[in-house]
Design a protein around this ligand. Structure first.
Ligand code: SF4
Length: 281
């Protein structure tokens, strides 16, 4: 029986990099804070807590007197970075380089007088962060209807960027609508394909697999999506949080067991499941 683990299972490049930075900082013995949970995974947040890493938010930041504040991969508004530094704290910026690129584009183009449009969800932390790098108020557009209704009050060139996890097809449709309005629109495609690659690979493996295991948090929407994709292709698809949940009932003849995991699933959990399946079946 073959066990095939998806190469794209678990943390993407940006999250992996941010989590590693927190663990590295935690070794210094100084007070360490993350601005918001570093990832949406309770096990990892708990483990970090035991290593002296606390989670803070905008309100609790005011009570921090010393130490290091780490910015998570989503990034934050420029004002947050400035505030941390003004408070005399050390700021370690673990913003994903793909998100950082958007901050730089937005800062430059807004300073040059362009109207920034962000295609994404206005209440997503990454989008809130991006907005905070524009020197003039940015506009967020999430749907085609919103793009249809959009008008600019003053004559200005437009610079369009996107939330990194936005759907590419929807992005193109919104951009098309904006282009039709006759404005001078410059489009920077800032979509990151980590999520899409993870989904495509999961679909391909599930198509061939007799049993498919999807690992990730119960409340993680990207893991649920992975599960739905796999379940469509493979009748015996399991959704588990950790190895403890795995109660495999294998069909009679199993040639291939596929494994994938959501974006916030740490490597040790993936490996545990993988080793267990390899050894026991
Ligand atoms: Fe991960 Fe891509 Fe987001 Fe970076 S931009 S954190 S690589 S999903």
């Amino acid at each position: 029986m073959e066990v095939r683990l998806a190469k794209s299972a678990g943390f993407c490049f940006g999250v992996k990099r941010a989590v590693e930075q927190v663990y590295n900082q935690a070794e210094n013995g100084k007070a360490i804070y993350t601005y918001g949970p570093i990832i949406h995974n309770e096990e990892v947040v708990k483990d970090l807590e035991q290593k002296g890493v606390s989670v803070i938010d905008d309100d609790s930041l005011s009570s921090v007197k010393e130490g290091t504040v780490i910015i998570r991969s989503h990034g934050v508004e420029k004002a947050v970075c400035d505030r941390i530094q003004e408070m005399g704290l050390e700021c370690v910026d673990a913003t994903c380089p793909f998100v950082k690129r958007i901050h730089r584009v937005v800062e430059k183009e807004s300073t040059a007088g362009k109207q920034i449009i962000i295609i994404g969800s206005a209440n997503h932390p990454e989008v809130i962060g991006i907005m905070g790098w524009s020197s003039t108020p940015a506009i967020v557009i999430e749907t085609e209807e919103e793009a249809e209704k959009f008008t600019l009050e003053e004559e200005k060139d437009i610079c369009v960027v996107s939330q990194t996890t936005f759907n590419y097809i929807k992005f193109n449709k919104i951009v098309e609508k904006l282009l039709k309005k006759g404005y001078n629109v410059g489009v920077v495609n800032t979509i990151c394909n980590a999520t899409e690659e993870r989904q495509t690979e999961a679909r391909e493996i599930a198509r061939e697999a007799d049993v498919m295991i999807v690992i990730g948090g119960k409340h993680s929407s990207n893991t649920r999506k992975l599960y739905e994709i796999c379940a469509k292709e493979c009748e015996h698809t399991y959704f588990i949080q950790t190895l403890a949940d795995l109660k495999l009932e294998l069909p009679e003849s199993v040639g291939l067991v596929g494994i994938t995991a959501g974006a916030s699933t740490p490597n040790n959990i993936i490996e545990e499941v993988q080793n267990y399946v390899r050894i026991n079946f």
